[in-house]
Design a protein around this ligand. Sequence first.
Ligand SMILES: [Zn+2]
Length: 69
Amino acid sequence: MERMRVCEYCEEPFTLAATGRPPKFCSSTCRKNAWYQARTRQEVALAVTEERRRIADALGLNSGVGGAQ
Ligand SMILES: [Zn+2]
């Protein structure tokens, strides 16, 4: 009996092997792409946080940075 699964990256259905750990992706390419995408998302989120902090600093919104005493 064939078991089907949808790739978490390209969302194409693929057949699961009868044995072993069920993969989340239809191919190693999709696995790699998904990993890369997750890493990029993380880096973007980090960069956004950094940028927000920089802007807050520039505007003097953070306590201690030109704030009222
Ligand atoms: Zn895929």
